[in-house]
Design a protein around this ligand. Structure first.
Ligand SMILES: Cc1cc2nc3c(=O)[nH]c(=O)nc-3n(C[C@H](O)[C@H](O)[C@H](O)COP(=O)(O)OP(=O)(O)OC[C@H]3O[C@@H](n4cnc5c(N)ncnc54)[C@H](O)[C@@H]3O)c2cc1C
Length: 460
């Protein structure tokens, strides 16, 4: 069922929870032609629909798990605040964990929290993303039961990974586990926990990784080719090499060239915007409105706003949603292991402004376009804002760039030809975005003038 309705509609994110939870074991994960992992049928399916019920993009969910709002009401009862943009939460922070900051991608909060959970005996194992042993995958989910392994598994991996195999392993482990995951993976885990008592008992904590979109494996190949490394020769890619002399968002990609055994580095900034343009992004991400990983116990992202962005060592934004998460943070502060300050909702939203603008404001329009094409979509909480014509054009061009980046690159064009073909489309997106920003400035100027005139008239 998941193949006919989700994979066929290009809404699969490759989380693999359907594969792990299929009672007839009929599914297996495999690469598709766009460089993403997705399930395919390997055996006779008893069509009980369990796969669809744990899918984050199920278009017919039960009322009790309709959207993130209903699911969070089931799992995050301890949170005492609620925000339309952030979801249920207890507190918001920005800062870093001194011990892990330099070996992590952002402020090292993920590794700190996971390490605390192990030390306190809250969980006995951690399921996070580590370097893979197989040739076809650079990274994979794995189980870590000691702090040394945890440290090796730090850092952000912009590469397709799946929970399909590790979840079966989790069920056989003694004790509880903590899992890291991006929003759609966390939603799939919560849906699975809601139906499977073993997983509900086993998964004691979820660390949510805030996500601006899942990248195809072509992204890694593309970055490597930009440094003259052939995709087949890429070893040990690292996506977030910090520059301590620069700002936090000025990071590099690095990998070893298997042909020469030399490690090479590439500054990302000169390549242009890899996130806002939607290059190499999964289609489903255009229909996700969970910016803040609303279903995790704690959500972590990058604080790329002033004054935090200035520090090239990296600063995390933190959303605590359960008492245990809040206690770990407060204890870390009291012991001096964390350097964090409380931030307001506005500051948090500002750290993810691009994501909110695309995923919240533009969602209704994209859904309208998709429905016109007959695509089946899950219910969403934001199904329409009135948009300016320029913003609609920006949406259309982003969707086009996403689509053609995957199809051109999938045809194994040379990097230079690919860059040339894409350059014109990126230029057009830049122009449309500029028009949109200009239009917004004019609208706000007009509104201000109107409200001043109104005030003056009233005073008269
Ligand atoms: C695809 C993707 C997109 C992202 N987009 C944004 C964004 O738009 N805005 C933003 O603020 N932050 C984004 N992040 C999160 C950010 O890059 C950091 O991962 C996060 O802030 C945690 O940093 P840290 O220093 O606390 O983590 P670290 O201490 O370095 O630990 C990272 C932990 O996450 C695990 N991990 C790494 N990659 C993955 C993965 N793909 N899936 C699940 N677990 C993983 C690691 O195994 C490790 O346990 C994104 C991350 C990913 C993977």
């Amino acid at each position: 069922m998941v193949i006919e309705s989700i994979v066929a509609n290009d809404l699969c994110v490759g989380c693999g929870v359907c594969v792990a939870q299929c009672p007839s074991g009929a599914l297996v994960m495999d690469w598709n032609s766009q460089g993403f992992l997705q399930p395919k049928l390997k055996d006779i399916c008893n069509a009980d629909g369990e796969c669809l019920k744990v899918c984050p993009f199920n278009f017919e969910p039960e009322a009790s798990v309709r959207t993130e709002d209903e699911i969070s009401a089931l799992f995050l009862k301890q949170s005492n605040q609620s925000s339309e943009k952030i979801g249920r939460y207890i507190n918001l922070y920005a800062g870093f964990a001194s011990k892990f900051r330099l070996t992590s991608s952002s402020g090292g909060l993920a590794t700190f929290v996971l390490s605390e959970l192990l030390s306190r005996g809250e969980v006995q194992h951690v399921v996070s993303v580590k370097e893979a042993s197989g040739k076809n995958h650079f990274f994979e989910y794995g189980v870590h039961s000691c702090k040394e392994d945890l440290l090796r598994a730090s850092k952000t991996r912009y590469f397709p990974v799946t929970l399909s195999e590790v979840l079966s392993q989790v069920k056989l482990l003694e004790g509880k586990v903590a899992v890291t995951g991006v929003p759609c993976f966390v939603k799939a885990l919560r849906l699975a926990q809601n139906r499977d008592l073993v997983l509900r008992a086993k998964i004691g904590f979820i660390v949510g990784i805030i996500c601006g979109g899942l990248k195809s494996r072509f992204y890694t190949d593309f970055l490597a080719e930009n440094m003259g490394v052939k995709p087949d020769n890429v070893k040990g890619p690292s996506y977030r090499v910090k520059d301590l002399m620069s700002t936090a968002s000025d990071y590099s990609f690095a990998c070893e060239d298997g042909a020469t055994n030399l490690r090479k580095e590439l500054k990302m900034r000169p390549l242009g915007d890899m996130w806002g343009t939607g290059l190499f992004k999964a289609n489903a991400c255009d229909y996700c409105d969970d910016v803040a990983t609303e279903l995790a116990d704690i959500s972590l992202g990058d604080a790329w706003v002033e004054p935090f962005e200035k520090d090239g060592a990296g600063t995390s934004v933190v959303v605590t949603r359960t008492l245990l998460a809040e206690r770990i943070i407060k204890d870390g502060l009291a012991k001096g292991e964390l350097c964090l300050e409380e931030i307001t909702e506005e500051v948090f939203v500002h750290t993810q402004r691009g994501s909110y603008n695309h995923r919240h404001n533009g969602l209704g329009y994209r859904m309208k376009l998709a429905r016109k094409k007959g695509l089946l979509l899950p219910p969403k909480r934001r199904d329409g804002y009135s948009l300016s014509v320029f913003f609609k054009l920006v949406q259309l061009q982003r969707m086009r760039l996403r689509r053609i980046s995957l199809s051109y690159y999938g045809k194994r064009e040379s990097t230079q030809r690919f860059i040339k073909r894409i350059a014109r489309e990126r230029q057009l997106l830049k122009l449309l975005t500029r028009f949109y920003h200009y239009h917004m400035r004019m609208v706000s100027l007009w509104n201000r003038m109107c409200s001043n005139t109104f005030k003056n008239n009233e005073e008269c």
